[in-house]
Design a protein around this ligand. Structure first.
Ligand SMILES: C[S@@+](CC[C@H](N)C(=O)[O-])C[C@H]1O[C@@H](n2cnc3c(N)ncnc32)[C@H](O)[C@@H]1O
Length: 307
């Protein structure tokens, strides 16, 4: 691929290059080349679920020196995030000459930064690839949070924090939530900390430290046994249940059809192969969309909002 041919660049989540490759092929935008974790495509940007970040206006420039590279980037905008793909020492020397980008971890709940952030890498010692615009507000599409290492019984709460940060909304005092597949209780802990009322549902017992938090109710039963029409309406339906994606699709549709929910945030976990067909079925639900979050494993998160 020649330098002028790069129409879009996709940042693969660590360990999921082959899933991103398969997705881009399905979308008719097969990568022409890979540069580290970056998929380089000649086609214009497409809506990828698996990419953590998409560079939407890539440019390639020959640079004669470190100083020239830094000058060029600075002439375009203030904030730049390096995605290292090689020539690490030289890239670090360019990075040193750029204004520092605020690196403090996010204190959830907090909105994502809004200042423009570009991304760049060195393709060769004398070849700079960059994009002033990209889809994520975070370097490499990786939001980092100030973690709580004592309160939550699992690290899964980071997924919920990331999902809510992406939405720009989170449960607040006075709202009601259902948390399906809640055990050991990381998500329930995060919701209760926000001051919302949460009913946790799981076949296995919740951590006692979470069950005793104000606003938490626990029902030890199967999430699939709940009949939405018999339940009170909730503002948020969260689900981190481990189940076949098709069962989760039916579950989401049942809650939506019953008009018992305002918003849904649901993990869709894959065992073995990534099921692109079920992803398309989720994305086809009016008001729904999917994203692979930085804190997701081999799973995507389904977001839905009532019209
Ligand atoms: C990944 S864990 C959830 C972690 C949780 N979100 C947290 O933050 O700690 C998946 C959970 O799904 C639960 N699960 C699996 N099948 C279920 C079902 N039919 N109904 C309810 N929970 C189920 C499992 O018991 C397990 O606790």
């Amino acid at each position: 691929m020649t330098e002028a041919d790069i129409g879009s660049v996709y940042v693969a989540p660590p360990g999921f290059d082959s899933v991103l490759q398969a997705e881009l092929e399905r979308l008719g935008s097969a990568p022409n080349a890979w540069l580290g974790r970056l998929a380089l495509c000649s086609a214009p940007p497409v809506a990828s679920v698996w990419a953590l970040d998409v560079w939407t206006a890539p440019e390639v420039h020959r640079i004669a020196s470190i100083g020239e590279a830094a000058k060029l980037l600075k002439s375009r905008q203030r904030n730049w995030a390096l995605v290292p793909t090689g020539h690490f020492r030289r890239a670090a020397l360019i990075e040193e000459r750029l204004p520092p980008v605020k690196a403090a971890p996010l204190e959830f709940p907090q909105l994502a930064p809004t200042s423009p952030l570009g991304a760049w890498t060195l393709m060769e010692p004398g070849l700079l690839l960059f994009s002033q615009s990209k889809t994520s507000a975070f370097p490499a599409g990786e939001p980092r949070f100030a973690e709580d290492r004592e309160g939550p019984p699992s690290r899964a709460y980071l997924k919920l924090w990331e999902a809510c940060t992406r939405l720009g909304r989170w449960p607040v005092a006075g709202e009601t939530c259902l948390d399906l597949g809640a055990t050991p209780g990381g998500w329930t802990w995060a919701i209760a900390k926000l001051g919302a009322a949460v009913t946790a549902v799981d076949r296995a017992p919740l951590a006692p430290s979470v069950q005793s938090m104000p606003g938490v109710t626990f029902r030890q039963e199967s999430a699939f046994g709940l009949e939405p029409r018999d339940e009170a309406r909730v503002d948020w339906l969260f689900s981190d249940v481990i189940a076949y994606p098709n069962r989760l699709l039916a579950l989401a549709k049942r809650w939506i059809a019953a008009e018992r929910v305002g918003r849904i945030v649901m993990s869709v976990k894959f065992q073995g192969e990534t099921d692109f067909e079920v992803m398309e079925a989720f994305a086809a639900i009016p008001g729904g969309r999917l994203a692979h979050l930085f804190h997701n494993k081999h799973e995507v998160t389904f977001f839905w909002e009532a019209p």
